[in-house]
Design a protein around this ligand. Structure first.
Ligand code: ASP
Ligand code: MG
Length: 432
């Protein structure tokens, strides 16, 4: 049996009109049995992060206020989608909010050995996806699209790394293969849909885990891999993979095709179009990835697949804003050698600071990192003991794949370049 996998992200279902649009896309693309992966609606994940922060700070008033806003947002969408106020969906969504409220009331349940914040994050923030799938499933059925909801926490199984669950591929494959094909086999109706949540998964003790922010793409890839599909489609608010983010780049161009390798490189350097973990399972199973626009579903989008002869016709630009460039010189005037470097990296790994770019000279070592005060305060304090530190805040890191002289000019004109690194295909610039 052949399957299709579609993924719709938060932006595609951020309103009643968005949900209706998803239904209309599904109606216009009948075919093989469809596994549908959806994210939380709109910016719900951010809103639930606020609820969580108040929960962790024991600020009950602010927490309930933030909770009510999330609830209202969803009930407004529900009321627009379902004119019949007696529809069962109201009860179901209400009961999910009750569960969440109950959890929030009980306060901190974690044992001291658990990384509390990350654990609570997954138990609370995952409600965004649970609520969105409940609403969407009932709406699809109301539109005549036969869809059945599956709890992704029972299908994608991870370890206990909360907020960054490591997939147990063997167990996940077994669960998905046992559940989904059997479901489709027993369906008598045409064009059945199995609907499930992106982003969320389950640990061996049946606690909820998540796969990292924007992780629904990865969920879709996991399902595609385990179901051995030939393709997966991610529906986005852009026409496909562009050569730069239209939010800051005038007139970006669409890439018709992209090799897996190039897509992995782009995700690695910070292009936000595809979650970095998504491509590898697709490449391993040779599954084509379509990136298409839910705003313009007739367009073909970008096709990511195995391409031996892939020639890029134009440069691709990636910008990471809000970076900090840190330069370190040993206080004892020693050279930067393996010993210092391993010491610096040991501290960075422990403080969970990811290096976006690095360079060294005889007596100094520079790194560009995300300017995250939560992580950097501890890092800088520790480094200060052995190193003289200078840093620049508010800088940006630009990566140009397949750079040309005019591409470089376009990025650097009128700016100071603080650091530069070139390889055959990639130029990286720290710019102020
Ligand atoms: N809802 C989650 C997030 O916003 C996962 C996703 O959208 O992919 O990060
Ligand atoms: Mg999202």
């Amino acid at each position: 049996m052949k399957f299709r996998v579609f993924k719709f992200g938060g932006a595609s279902v951020n309103s009643a009109a968005g949900v209706r649009n998803v239904a209309s896309i599904l109606k216009k693309s009948p075919g093989q049995p469809l596994l549908l992966v959806v994210s939380a609606m709109g910016k719900t994940t951010n809103s639930l992060e606020m609820v969580l922060n108040h929960f962790m700070n024991n600020d009950a008033v602010a927490m309930i206020d933030a909770f009510q806003k999330v609830r209202e947002y969803h009930f407004n969408i529900l009321e627009e989608l379902f004119p019949d106020k007696g529809h069962f969906v109201f009860k179901e969504v209400d009961s999910l909010f009750d569960q969440l409220r109950g959890y929030l009331r009980k306060g901190h349940l974690y044992s001291p050995s658990r990384p509390a914040y990350d654990f609570e994050y997954d138990q609370i923030v995952s409600f965004g996806e649970l609520i969105s799938t409940a609403i969407i499933q009932h709406f699809l059925v109301a539109c005549g699209l036969h869809s059945t909801a599956f709890d992704a926490r029972q299908l994608i199984l991870t370890d206990k790394t909360y907020r960054d669950g490591r997939v147990n591929w063997k167990r996940t494959s077994e669960e998905i293969q046992k559940t989904i094909p059997a479901f489709f086999r027993h369906q008598k109706i045409k064009n059945p849909i199995a609907l499930t949540q992106g982003f969320i998964a389950g640990d061996p003790e049946k606690n909820t885990t998540t796969l990292g922010r924007e992780g629904s793409d990865f969920s879709a890839a996991i399902f595609a891999y385990c179901l051995k599909t030939t393709e997966v489609t991610i529906w986005k608010d852009v026409p496909g993979v562009l050569n730069a983010d239209p939010k800051w780049f005038h007139n970006p161009r669409k890439l018709q095709t992209l090799s897996y390798r190039e897509a992995i490189e782009l995700a690695y350097y910070g292009a936000s179009i595809i979650h970095p973990k998504t491509i590898k399972p697709l490449e391993n199973a040779n599954i084509t990835l379509n990136v298409r626009s839910f705003l313009n579903p007739r367009l073909k989008g970008t096709v990511v697949k195995q391409l031996s002869e892939w020639k890029i016709a134009f440069p691709i630009y990636i910008r990471k804003q809000n970076q900090m460039l840190i330069s370190l010189s040993p206080r004892d005037f020693s050279f930067i050698i393996e010993e210092n470097l391993s010491h610096i990296f040991e501290i960075m790994a422990r403080q969970q600071v990811k290096v976006n770019l690095m360079q060294n000279s005889a007596i100094s070592f520079s790194v560009c990192v995300d300017n995250d005060p939560m992580k950097l305060t501890g890092l800088l304090e520790e480094l200060q003991q052995a190193y003289e530190i200078r840093y620049n805040e508010g800088v940006a890191l630009y990566t140009i794949r397949h750079y040309t002289p005019s591409a470089i000019k376009r990025i650097t004109a009128g700016h100071d370049v603080l650091m530069e690194q070139k390889s055959r295909n990639t130029l990286q610039l720290v710019i102020r």
